[in-house]
Ligand binder design. Structure first.
Ligand code: MG
Length: 385
């Protein structure tokens, strides 16, 4: 394959939080930290797969935390973080990705822009880390009650975060060569192997949930001001013409006619694309993909829908729900509904439970009733931060 896989390290035992469960399996705002972390990558359009590394004894917690998510099966980690990182890389090696992002499971607030900055950085460096500048004055001391030994110059000091991005072949080779070296993060493995590590801007919200204070901060973040909830609608019609199938909601449906249009004439996906663009007030499908442009002749409409979804991600939003109604006398939609639901969920990288497909006739009234064409309408609900 070409592409980018996210390896999420969830092998920590989380003893510092003193909780009954390892911290990555604790819930914040009703959802586990691990699921939030996995979802941040799974719904990012530039991520092609998610691989979680776990402690084998945590498997029941893992299964509950990730139920219903289409990700790679988990792999067992090793005694150290470095071992777990290497074992995660070995697990995805057969897929042959170009790039890998290695991320701490306990950083659930990684945002799409940060993920993009790391991936973009890989065009210039074989290894890229996000980091934030140290803002506080640094003191060297043994702890509370002990005297301050020295003030450390903070100039040029940065706090490293994850995801740390790598050209896959380079980091796999580095990890294999440096087994047992007790290096603190994957970038240190890269540095020890002589790879140049580039720095991109991290985010203060991308903190690691380690202490009780962090957990409370995380709770405040997810229960903070309600998201900006947007609703958009879309409508589209295509006329029947010669052909032996129609494409509706990304699924080819055999029929006694085809649909006419400059793309693949998928009225369902066109209505849905317009609904999503409507929810973010960003024009319509014709603005983004002009019919006058020959480039879009015969184009598969999932390209349009995926573009609309990427615009939502770029605004750090997410698609909460979509609902499409297909209006025609024939073909019958029912037998294809499950495939359409799955296809749209796949294109939008959202859970199939967030996709609704409905169909109706118009009692043989009007142009759809006379079998002259197919109409579709759609509603999309989008949450923006
Ligand atoms: Mg259309």
């Amino acid at each position: 394959m070409t592409g980018t896989i996210a390896v999420i390290l969830a092998g920590g035992s989380g003893v510092r939080l003193g909780a009954a469960l390892p911290k990555q399996y604790l819930a914040i705002g009703g959802e586990t930290i691990l699921r939030r972390t996995v979802e941040a990558f799974r719904r990012h359009p530039a991520i092609d797969g998610v691989q979680v590394v776990i402690r084998p004894e945590d498997r029941p917690h893992y299964d509950r935390a990730t139920s219903g998510l289409d990700i790679r099966p988990p792999v067992a980690g090793g005694p150290t973080r470095q071992d777990s990182g290497r074992l995660g890389l070995e697990a995805v090696a057969p897929a042959g990705p170009d790039h890998v992002l290695i991320h701490d499971a306990a950083r659930p607030f990684v945002d799409a822009g940060l993920i993009e900055r790391v991936i973009d950085g890989l065009a210039r460096y074989p290894a890229v880390i996000p980091a934030v500048a140290v803002a506080d004055t640094l003191k060297r001391a043994d702890g509370p009650g002990s005297p301050v030994g020295a003030t450390v110059d903070r100039h040029g000091l940065w706090r490293a975060q994850t995801p740390q991005g790598f050209r896959f072949a380079d980091i796999l080779e580095a990890h294999r060569a440096l087994v047992g070296q007790a290096l603190t993060d994957d970038a240190a493995v890269a540095e020890a192997a002589g790879l140049a590590v580039g720095l991109v801007l991290g985010s203060e919200e991308n903190f690691k949930v380690t202490t009780e204070d962090d957990l409370r901060r995380a709770e405040r973040l997810v229960s903070g001001p309600a998201a900006d909830i947007r609703t958009g609608t879309g409508f589209d019609v295509h006329r029947f013409g010669p052909g032996e199938h129609v494409t509706l909601c990304g699924v080819m449906v055999p029929h006694s006619a085809g649909l006419e249009g400059h793309s693949d004439a998928d009225a369902g996906l066109h209505a849905l694309t317009d609904a999503i663009l409507g929810a973010i007030a960003d024009g319509d499908i014709g603005v983004h993909f002009p019919p006058s442009d020959p480039k879009w002749r015969g184009a598969p409409s999932h390209l349009f829908l995926r573009h609309a979804a990427a615009l939502v991600v770029a605004r750090r939003g997410r698609i909460s729900h979509v609902d499409v109604t297909l209006i025609c006398e024939a073909p019958r939609i029912g037998p294809h509904r499950a495939a359409m639901t799955a296809r749209i969920a796949e294109i939008l990288a959202i859970d199939p439970g967030r996709v609704s497909i409905k169909a109706t006739t118009t009692e043989r009234l009007g142009f759809t009733g006379r079998g002259e064409g197919i109409a579709a309408q759609a509603v999309a609900t989008v949450l923006l931060p």
